[in-house]
Design a protein around this ligand. Structure first.
Ligand SMILES: O=C(O)CCC(=O)C(=O)O
Length: 272
């Protein structure tokens, strides 16, 4: 067994330093900002330089304030990019999962991205960060289901990188106020048990979906951009026995999002 696998089994997580190619990470980050910039232009009327971090992120905050629905939908759209999905199913990720004991990895949920900032929250809510939770409750997949987490910007304490409780993956599924992402573990957890993780771009955290973890506290004025990838193991006996449950619901809107759209003329224009 590799020492990384031993550490994952013992602590519930392993931080792989410099694992990801920086260009791969920056491509995912760039594509996400480009998509946001298109909507920023529509909503604010301004073209922002995606490489001017402060100016771009201030424009993100303005977009959030001016058109919340579009912001949420754009936030979902950036989770559907080719660059992100390419990484999620890449040979490199498949190999590391197998090396870590996930014999037959399969995607547990669509790749996700988070943009953590207190300026991206409504009315002082804490929706921009997640309370202590175990991802297994949301995915309910194989017992060895595994999460990959990495930031797309250098991330330490100040920008609120993830905090984890070492060894908590073997203490069982804890009571929680919800199986969704808002709300969290209801049992009293000790603040001092959490370990603050720190990352340079390229570092990647792999952890058991039973590991208790929470968002750090981003006290900076910048956004903490991060990615989460989730996998199950098709070969894990209880997952097979339970009939490969899929607890993530992915369903269409019951109503038209844009009433009376499209017109026949619009369609003819597209297919002329
Ligand atoms: O990125 C974060 O702050 C929290 C992410 C997380 O806990 C999760 O996706 O399960």
């Amino acid at each position: 067994m590799t020492k990384e696998r031993e550490q994952l089994n013992k602590d519930g997580y392993v931080l792989l330093r410099g694992f990801l190619d920086k260009n791969t990470v920056s491509e995912i980050y760039r594509e996400a900002r480009e998509i946001f910039s298109e909507q920023i232009k529509r909503v604010t009327g301004r073209t922002v330089d995606i490489d001017d971090r402060d100016a771009f992120e201030n424009a993100m905050f303005e977009f959030f304030e001016k058109d919340f629905d579009a912001f949420v939908n754009t936030g979902k759209t950036v989770q559907h990019t080719f660059s992100l999905h390419r990484l999620a199913v890449s040979d490199k990720i498949e190999k590391v999962l197998k090396d870590l004991g996930i014999e037959k990895p399969v995607i547990g949920a669509r790749p996700a991205m988070q943009f953590n900032s207190r300026f991206l929250s409504k009315g002082g809510s804490k929706h921009w960060k997640l309370d202590a939770h175990q991802d297994w409750r949301t995915g309910q997949g194989s017992l060895d289901s595994t999460v990959i987490w990495f930031p797309m910007v250098d991330a330490g304490t100040d920008i609120g990188a993830l905090q984890v409780i070492p060894g908590s993956h073997t203490t069982g599924l804890m009571e929680a106020s919800t199986s969704g992402y808002q709300g969290g573990i209801t049992a009293a957890l000790k603040v001092e048990d959490f370990v603050q993780t720190e990352f340079q771009v390229g570092d990647m955290l792999v952890f058991s979906s039973f590991l208790v973890h929470q968002s750090g506290n981003n006290v900076t004025n910048n956004i903490r951009w991060s990615v989460q990838l989730r996998y199950n193991n098709l070969a894990e006996p209880t997952f097979i026995e339970r009939g490969y449950p899929m607890a993530y619901l992915y369903k269409p809107e019951p109503d038209l999002v844009t009433p009376n759209f499209p017109t026949v003329e619009q369609l003819k224009e597209v297919y002329k």
